[in-house]
Design a binder for this molecule. Structure first.
Ligand code: PMP
Length: 399
């Protein structure tokens, strides 16, 4: 008997496990549509111009590396608020929003979950069915019971809105409802404006606690357009949480740049909530890292750099849209036995293709194309060099 003799081997993370299998595959024609990363037409993760220039300037300035405040860089937190709620948000002006820089969107969810557990230990957490696979694990890890609300409807490739609303209406006051602000992961199926309005109405009437997770702002229709739902929650005078991330929009995956923002009912409440959130952060990781946050703050705070970032973000968004349309067209051309028109309607980096686990398995073994067994593909990993092979392989496994 040793200290660790009873420790069981944990199952591999399904998506990171897929990556390992991809890396080990010797076929030169292999394509990785598994992991959620944007790659350009050359199949590379881009380093954005604004990031590169800011980074150079920072290195040249040879700055010392002291600790950041527990809640991060003040200019960063303020820039996050403006991106989410708009430059002229009356809530920001009234001091009703507090923001803490966090270790990516994941870190934001984690400190939000830990804080909520102290605030309301008996609340349940509701996530979409299906959702980003880490939502359940994160909230369960914080000690919550996690339930699913109906979301994806495979028959329409859209949202089962009646099912979703029915579930929200049945929840007890205080239930924490995790909503994808835009670009739903994994399905690509987003809520329509009038559906968001209804959700806000129900959240208010049932005193639910909305937790908006927005990891892809700028990837659907634009920076402001993608924040519409967040801004409507703000207009509705609700208290709510927002986790946000620059992993995708700044292509800064490994730098861990995200934020948790909380909208409260008053400036005084915000100060008290922030003081408690800081205790959560202090006992988790003390304070966030400097590099990524400093870059984002510098880019967002400089007109020229910001314009350059917006342009490149727009190019990424357009490229994804082109790949969606192109995949639909090419699948038609190679005689796919199904209509994939819905792929062009979905938003963000992902698409639920409707392929079965067996078909996904065949894509991998026969064609070296890696997708998640649920049928999720990362559309942002398609490019003009691999899309023909992907379309033809999908058509073949459908036969
Ligand atoms: N939420 C959702 C819905 C996501 O898809 C992701 C990343 N794939 C995250 C949060 C976490 O983002 P980050 O990598 O910044 O931690």
């Amino acid at each position: 008997m040793t200290l660790f003799s009873a420790v069981e081997l944990a199952p591999r993370d399904p998506i990171l496990g897929l990556n390992e299998a991809f890396n080990a595959d010797p076929r030169p024609t292999k394509v990785n549509l598994g992991v959620g990363v944007y790659t350009n037409d050359e199949g590379k993760i881009p380093l954005l111009r604004a990031v590169r220039d800011t980074e150079k300037a920072r290195v040249d300035a040879a700055l010392p590396r002291g600790y950041l405040p527990i809640d991060g860089i003040a200019a960063y937190d303020s820039a996050v608020q403006k991106l989410l709620l708009g430059n002229d948000s009356p809530l920001i002006a009234a001091g009703r929003v507090l923001t803490a820089q966090a270790l990516g969107g994941t870190g934001a969810l984690k400190i939000g979950a830990d804080f909520l557990k102290r605030l309301n230990p008996n609340a349940k957490v509701a996530i979409s069915d299906p959702s980003w696979e880490n939502h359940r694990a994160l909230f369960e890890g914080a000690g919550f019971e996690v339930v699913n609300y109906p979301y994806y409807d495979p028959a329409t490739h859209g949202v089962n809105f009646a099912g979703m609303i029915g579930a929200l209406e049945s929840y007890a006051a205080g239930t924490i409802v995790v909503l994808h602000g835009c670009c739903h992961n994994p399905t690509g199926a987003d809520l329509k404006p009038e559906q968001w309005k209804k959700i806000i109405e129900v959240a208010k009437a049932r005193q639910l606690v909305p937790f908006l997770d927005i990891a892809y702002q700028g990837f659907a229709d634009g920076i402001d357009a993608d924040a519409t739902a967040v801004r409507w929650f703000a207009d509705a005078d609700l208290d709510f949480f927002v986790s946000s991330s620059f992993s995708k929009s700044f292509s800064l995956y490994g730098e861990r740049v995200g934020a948790l923002s909380i909208v409260t009912s008053s400036k005084d409440e915000s100060a008290r909530v922030l003081s408690q959130l800081k205790r959560v952060i202090r006992t988790n990781y003390s304070n966030p890292p400097t590099h990524g946050g400093a870059i984002v703050a510098a880019v967002l705070g400089n007109l020229e750099l910001r314009a350059s970032w917006e342009q490149e973000l727009g190019e990424m968004r357009e490229r994804i849209r082109t790949m969606r349309n192109s995949l639909v067209e090419k699948l038609k051309q190679v005689g796919a036995t199904r209509d994939f028109g819905f792929v062009a309607q979905q938003r963000g980096m992902f698409s639920y293709t409707g392929l079965s686990a067996e078909q996904v398995e065949r894509l991998r073994t026969e064609f070296g194309i890696y997708a998640v067994s649920t049928g999720r593909i990362c559309v942002a990993a398609l490019n003009t060099k691999n899309i023909d092979a992907v379309a033809s392989a999908i058509a073949q496994v459908l036969k």
